[in-house]
Design a binder for this molecule. Structure first.
Ligand code: AKG
Length: 329
């Protein structure tokens, strides 16, 4: 359960990355220091910034700039990659199409997912099958985004090694059958400037993205450098801002990690309100378990938390399919 944190810590993960392929990484004093910071952040806030992550500031910016350029296109052009059940829920969704707890969110987005080979997960995976829909314009979109996804996937795997150590396990707890073939989700999101949309068919509310927790293991948020809009709820129910810290990712843990850790780490509620007079872009990358993994509390986490399992087992893919079909089906 999150504490009454008032700000979100910044962790320099460079020492962890430098040793992340060494099975004895946990014995390195600099890695141990990062692991302690991760443990504290996951227990106190479920949120932390990372710096020293090795993805260049230039790439972080390019990804947001291309996303912004796409959203500036005429609506009809954006519809060329419209998301639907037939596209495996991949593609463009207009403002208000994403629903959080029954309320339309004031954002537009491109949703993309790791591509699933047809039949790979039988009936479970079928609704999510299909190639991602990338726009032709801007022309370099697909190449740049795929490069970015590869880097985020590798980075997340390394951070998860640190988190596995922080929980008291082996660095490889979240590999193999659990997340050795990690599914991922990426949402390229655009939030209109405050009170800028007057179209009569667009719902009016101020909430860019309603309060929610994330589903998977770990989220990497690459947000615009000049607008504070992301808010995280602490134990008392206060909304604490996560202002942009240029060059960092805001990271947060998701529901699957909460289950694995038997509640040692909680997935924290967060929301987005863009009250700036400017359009805001955010690229959120979600690192998940394998699509068909049945997630249940890890034995050593159960021991640490009193000996009984606090959560039922959950199949990640079922959780996701249920979400997209409820939202968009
Ligand atoms: O826009 C943001 O800063 C975060 C978006 C988010 O919370 C989400 O997509 O789950």
């Amino acid at each position: 359960m999150a504490t009454d944190f008032k700000s979100i810590p910044i962790i320099d993960i460079a020492p962890l990355l430098a040793k992340s392929d060494d099975p004895k990484m946990g014995q390195d004093p600099d890695v141990a220091q990062v692991v302690r910071q991760l443990d504290r952040a996951c227990k106190e806030a479920g949120f932390f910034y990372v710096k020293g992550h090795g993805i260049s500031k230039t790439l972080l910016k390019q990804v947001k700039n291309l996303t912004r350029k796409f959203f500036e296109l005429p609506y009809e052009e954006k519809l060329n990659i419209k998301m639907s059940a037939d596209s495996g829920f991949r593609g463009y969704q207009r403002i208000g199409e994403n629903i959080t707890k029954g309320v339309p969110d004031m954002h537009e987005a491109i949703d993309c997912y790791k591509e699933l080979k047809p039949g790979m997960y039988g009936d479970l995976g079928k609704p999510m099958e299909g190639p991602n829909q990338w726009p032709d314009n801007p022309p370099e979109f697909k190449v740049l985004m795929e490069k970015y996804i590869t880097l985020c996937t590798s980075l997340s795997k390394k951070i998860m090694r640190g988190i596995a150590l922080a929980l008291g396990g082996s660095p490889y707890e979240f590999e193999g059958d659990r997340a050795g073939d990690a599914f991922w989700v990426m949402r390229l999101i655009g939030y209109p400037a405050a009170r800028s949309t007057n179209a009569s068919d667009i719902p009016k509310n101020d909430v860019g993205c309603g309060a929610h927790t994330d589903y998977g293991l770990l989220t990497l948020v690459n947000q615009d450098d000049d607008i504070t809009a992301l808010q995280v709820r602490n134990h008392s129910g206060e909304w604490i801002s996560a202002p942009p810290v240029p060059g960092t990712f805001v990271c947060n843990i998701g529901d699957m990690l909460k289950i694995y850790s038997n509640g040692l780490y909680d997935s924290t509620l967060h929301q987005v309100i863009n009250s700036a007079p400017k359009y805001r872009v955010c690229v959120a990358y979600f690192y998940e378990t394998n699509f068909d993994t049945a997630v249940e509390p890890l034995d050593f986490c159960v021991e640490k938390t009193g000996g009984s399992k606090k959560f039922e087992r959950a199949v990640y893919g079922e959780h996701l399919v249920n979400k997209v079909q409820t939202n968009f089906g």
